[in-house]
Design a protein around this ligand. Structure first.
Ligand SMILES: [Zn+2]
Length: 432
């Protein structure tokens, strides 16, 4: 007996898997430094397929806009002031792992042993992957070894589609109006950029873009980027005595002065970090790109001040160099926005419990579309999908956990319908 979280999940599983296997075969890898939205045409192929499938389900207004966003409406089955809720997933996969020719493999009733994939000698070793080790008995989907799987975020897309198909076919299940949004270019940080909040028209939304079964995330990093530029004085080394100022050496001193215990490789949980991720250096000129992350605004400001202090000290030691630091805010911890509407998380917790799962409240050491959507005025926490080892050729997903994700969406619609009266009263009926 395969370990489903509920009879509903078991019922949803074949449809969710069928859709997932169809979506992952489409190459939707996004591309940095985009000149159009979406950044790549493959994303439109999946977007068009999703519009067709939404229409086939009966969502007549399903539509692809000029920027590659798919939106559709599942009408309510309850009367009154139930708030419109949104379901969001991204169609693109990340730029750095091949997404061309994905050939998914379903390992039925996984035996818990090492999984050897047919291509490139890729191996999934449960000894090194505790989450995989927990899934013995599940049906596990992997790629063939030379591409990513694309569960990030096609698991989320398939779960939304499976849940919406179920709800559309079961008008007896109480639900508020549900808006569906599929976004492009999330992996290059642009998923929220051209998201039309007015057109979406939801009170709150949920991204299906998490990982481990039960995850409910309403905290992301607060994020800044710093670009340090150094101009040295380039002189032929044979005539350099007392004249040459080496920008590359100054860059090296800045890097060496960064505290080792404030790095992504030495921190976890709720700790932040300073992470130089790209250095370009010559005698005449050097630049260092640094990302700074924390969960608390004041601690992030502390990291920025620390970085500035290091740069100023190095700059002061060599007045002939020109040193400049530019810092820009990238996104903020969504908690500040989501906690203004505690019911958004409460209802999601109730839905996860209704599916027989204990909610797992972990902060995201990164950002999501929801970080910026929340800041833009749409509170958008993140839910699990059942996919793991994202952004790698060892990416995998559990069919049972994906089905649990779809079932949780059905419970979420039910929970919002039940909650509708209370929310309308609490807000003086002003929810829209
Ligand atoms: Zn994702």
């Amino acid at each position: 007996m395969a370990p489903y979280t509920s009879a509903l999940a078991e019922e949803l599983a074949p449809d969710v898997l069928d859709r997932f296997l169809r979506y992952v075969r489409i190459d939707t890898r996004s591309q940095r430094d985009r000149t159009s939205s979406p950044s790549t045409p493959g994303q439109l192929d999946l977007a068009r397929l999703l519009v067709d499938e939404l229409k086939a389900i009966g969502l007549a207004d399903a539509e692809l806009d000029e920027n590659g966003y798919v939106m559709a409406t599942l009408p309510a089955t309850v009367d009154g002031d139930a708030p419109v809720i949104g379901l969001i997933a991204h169609v693109d996969t990340e730029p750095d792992t091949s997404g061309t020719g994905v050939e998914p493999i379903v390992h039925r009733a996984y035996d818990g042993a090492v999984i050897e994939l047919p291509r490139d000698g890729t191996v999934l070793d449960p000894a090194a992957m505790p989450r995989l080790a927990e899934k013995a008995g599940h049906d596990v989907v992997t790629p063939s070894g030379d591409t990513l799987l694309g569960a990030d975020d096609k698991a989320g897309v398939a779960e939304i589609m499976g849940a919406v198909a179920y709800l559309a076919a079961h008008p007896d299940v109480p639900r508020p109006t549900v808006r569906i949004g599929f976004t492009p270019d999330e992996e290059i940080g642009e998923g929220a950029t051209l998201f039309d909040l007015d057109r979406f028209g939801a009170f709150c939304a949920y991204t299906l873009d998490g990982s481990t079964l039960g995850e409910l995330q309403d905290e992301t990093f607060t994020a800044a980027e710093a670009i340090i530029t150094i101009e040295g004085v380039d002189v032929h080394p044979g005539f350099a005595t007392g004249k040459l100022v080496n920008a590359a050496r100054l860059a090296g001193r800045i890097l060496a002065a960064l505290p080792a215990d404030l790095a992504p490789e030495t921190t976890s949980g709720r700790d932040g970090f300073i992470h130089p991720y790209e250095v370009d250096a010559s005698v005449a000129r050097a630049s260092i790109r640094v990302i700074l992350r924390d969960f608390e605004d004041d601690r992030l400001e502390g990291h920025v001040a620390l970085l500035r202090g290091i740069v100023e000290e190095v700059a002061a030691s060599e007045p002939r160099a020109r040193v400049d630091v530019m810092v820009r805010q990238q996104y903020r911890n969504m908690r500040a926005y989501v906690e203004q509407h505690p019911e958004v998380v409460e209802v999601a917790e109730a839905a996860i419990r209704a599916e027989g799962i204990e909610p797992l409240r972990t902060p995201i050491r990164g950002g999501t579309d929801g970080s910026r959507l929340s800041e833009m005025g749409l509170p958008t926490p993140n839910l699990f999908t059942g996919g793991h080892e994202y952004h790698s050729v060892r990416e995998w997903a559990s069919v049972q956990d994906m089905a649990a994700g779809a079932a949780t969406i059905v419970r979420l619609a039910e929970a919002w319908a039940q909650r509708a009266g209370a929310v309308a009263v609490a807000k003086g009926g002003a929810v829209s």
